[in-house]
Design a protein around this ligand. Sequence first.
Ligand SMILES: Nc1ncnc2c1ncn2[C@@H]1O[C@H](COP(=O)(O)OS(=O)(=O)O)[C@@H](OP(=O)(O)O)[C@H]1O
Length: 417
Amino acid sequence: MDRVGKGVGSRGSFRALYSVLKGSSAHRCFWAVLLLLALAVLLLAGVMHVDVRLLMPQLGDQVDGPPVTNVMFLKTHKTASSTVLNILFRFVETHNLSAALPAGGRFHLGYPWLFLARYVEGAEQGGPERRFNIMCNHLRFNPPEVQKVMPNDTFYFSILRNPVFQLESSFVYYKSHVPAFRNVTSLDAFLASPWAYYNQSLGLSNAYARNSMWFDLGFDNDAPPKEDYVRARLLDVERRFQLLLIAEHFDESMVLLRRLLRWRLDDVVAFRLNARSRHSVTSLSPAGQERAKHWCALDWRLYQHFNRTFWARLSAELSPRRLRSEVARLRERRRELAALCLQDSEPKNKSQITDFRLRPYQSGRADIMGYNVKPGLDNQTLQTCQRMVMPELQYMAHLYTLQFPDKPPKNIAFLEA
Ligand SMILES: Nc1ncnc2c1ncn2[C@@H]1O[C@H](COP(=O)(O)OS(=O)(=O)O)[C@@H](OP(=O)(O)O)[C@H]1O
């Protein structure tokens, strides 16, 4: 009895109490009380909207059922899509899955042309039925061709960003690449008289300059934003994609994605990739922001619509309290991994990145940031950390070599310069 008195919380004391009571009527009473207590806790949690996972944190990473492993991510431009791609590539590698990668020496899947199945390495080998688990490189969406390389039960999703900031990011990144941007000093000046710089007949080469998310979805980015047309295309997107994420709510997006894919927390924890340094971000005047919404009216409608459905979907899936707790857990885990993996937990500019293989591609006036991995990590941790900071092109080339060891490796020219 002495031992029991010292605390029923420990496993040993619990066993002692159980053996004392066993066989007696107190035994039945004991179980009834325990059952009642458990029911009371669950009832209280329900009434107070308490997330049971908060009471039992070990339940936090449990997922019901096997993870979804056939996934198509439409990688829209300048929308945090490289961070999502990193998540998907890591999942491919850690689960030994196949990825639909650009054929030969290419770096994306035929963009800005509409996607064709033959742009995928190995799609035409092993008969017409060759299918892949994950597809996430830049492409212009063309559903019948995508379906040729992806299984029937594929989960389709994409990500959108407020077109005002998406256009600003595009302007800086593609300044010298896009004809419409080449001869204008600022985005404000461009938006004040866009038709002076934007030549519609140049078509695909100007796709980054107007309604670029609409274009990536396979639609006409110069179409007049008539109500019937817009509604019909939004419906198309709703039919094709199970989920549209929102870059401004990236962490909430990852919580929802993880839930729908039944993935583990670490599968969706990521560092911000392909971000510009603060000094290469410009800000639009208030008038410029309004003009951007008008100039990219199709993207603006797209963003408004799916921002609404995103929040509706979130609240259908999780209570506000549960959402807050899952976002907090995600952030906490990212902080832990940053402390484990990164040199002073900070992004670095190109010249500060000591391992040249981890330097991100630089474009236009954008100063694209990357990371230094902490020195002295053991091999397994080093591998985990390197995967998390590996820029898109390097990761794609790495997966390509793993998947097609007999093919010539991708040549990333800028790493050799
Ligand atoms: N986690 C997270 N949350 C919010 N925003 C994020 C995140 N990760 C990346 N980013 C921002 O996304 C911009 C880069 O987008 P992409 O990777 O899609 O660009 S690309 O088209 O592949 O070049 C780039 O925006 P800008 O910095 O404004 O250019 C990134 O800062």
